[in-house]
Design a protein around this ligand. Sequence first.
Ligand code: ATP
Ligand code: MG
Length: 430
Amino acid sequence: MSKTLQAIRGMNDILPAQTPAWRYLEGTFAELLDSYGYSEIRLPIVEYTELFARGIGEGTDVVDKEMYTFLDRNEESLTLRPEGTAGCVRAVLEHGLSGGGQVQKLWYMGPMFRYEKPQKGRYRQFHQIGVEVFNQPGPDIDAELIILTARLWKQLGMADAVTLQLNSLGSSEDRARYRDALVEYLKARFEQLDEDSQRRLTTNPLRILDSKNAQTQALLADAPTLADYLDDESRAHFEGLKARLDAVGIAYEINPKLVRGLDYYGRTVFEWVTDKLGAQGTVCAGGRYDGLVAQFGGKPTPGVGFAMGVERLVLLLETLGLVPAELSRAPHAYICAFGEAAELAALQLSERLRDTLPGLRVLVNAGAGSFKSQFKKADKSGAHFALILGEDELAQRVVGVKPLRDDSEQQSIGWDALAGHLAASLQLRA
Ligand code: ATP
Ligand code: MG
C-alpha cells in the first residue's frame, strides 16, 4: 500500500476555518497602508542565491543555515526567498524606482521560506507583510513606520498585548569599533561562552548579544554597550525618533541588546513583542538599512522597513479572541428547489439575485432530496434564509422565505420583490 502523502514539515495548509482571520488581517493592513500613501509591490518568490548571500550577509543564521537553495536546470543557483527586503531592493534598483532621490513607500505580502526547526509560531514556509521606504533619511519616517504599526495593533484590538523595543545600531563605523571592543571583552572570557556564541565570536559577534544562554547573558552584563559607541549623527537620529514617538504617545523600551539577525541594518532597529505566544514572541521587526542599495551596486540610498509575521499575528488574534464573529462566510440564502422545473427556476433566480445584489452569498441546492433533507442542508450551511421553490411557488411566481436563525414566520414573496426583501432584511446594498 502506498504511503499517504503529507505536506512538508513546517509548511502548513491554511484551512477554510482559518482563512477569514487571514483575510481580515491582510485587508485591515492593506487599507491602513493605503491611508498612509504606500503602494503595493509584488515580487518573485525565487531569486538568485547571490542576492541573499550578499544582501543578508554570510555569517547570518538565515544565509548559513536556513535557505532553501537549489540548482535550476541550467545549473544556476536559486533560492526560495527567506525574507522580502533583498528582493524589494533588487526590484527598486532594476526598475529605477529610487532614481533621482524619489521617495518610494512600498509594501508587500507573501510566503517566505527558512529551514528552521518547526514549532508554534516558527515554520519553514511562513508569511510576512512587509514595508520598505526609500530615500527618506530622517527619523521622521522611522517614526511613521512605528506609528502605523501601532495603529494596526489598535485597529485589531491588540494594542495592550504588544510592546515596542528600540535600539540604535549606529553607523557601520560605530559598529566596527564596538565589535572590536566586544570581541576583545569576550575573547578574554571565551571558555565561559556557550558553543554557539564561541562560533559567532569569529563569524558574527554582535549576534552574541541576543544569545538565549543564561551564562552568556550574565557575562554580557558587564560588556561594553553599543550605545557608548554611537557617533553624534546616529545619536541625534535616535533622539529624533524617540522625540516623535513621545509626541504621539507611543511607549517604548530601549533594549541595548536588540541587534536583529540580518546584516544590513544600521541605526534604528525595532521589534514589537508579545508575551502571549511563548518563545516566538516577536510579531514585527524592522529597521534602517541605508547601506543596502549601494551594496547592490546602486547609488547610496537611504532605506528603512519592517516585516511582520502573519502566522504569529493570526495566532495572537485567535489567542486573544479578536477574530470578529461577522467574518463568517456563511451564505445569506440557501435555495431549496423541488422538481426539475423548480431547479431551473432556482438557477435563473439565483443569477438574477447576484446581478442585483453583488454582496449576496447565495447557494443553490443541487440534486433532488426530500423537504426534510434539503432543510437540513440549508440549516447546516449557516444561511440566514432558506428560499423555497416548489410546484406551488412556481405556479404563483413566488418564493417561500423561511428564516433559519430565528423563530419568525415564513413569508411568501413575489419574484420581482425578492431582491428588495433580502436587501432590506440582510442590510445589503443593491
Ligand atoms: P526570530 O528571532 O523570531 O527568528 P527573525 O529575526 O529571524 O525572527 P525577521 O527576519 O526579522 O525575523 O522576520 C520578521 C518577522 O517574521 C519575525 O518577527 C516573525 O514575526 C516572522 N518570522 C520570522 N521567521 C519566522 C518563521 N520561521 N516562522 C514564522 N514567522 C517567522
Ligand atoms: Mg530567525
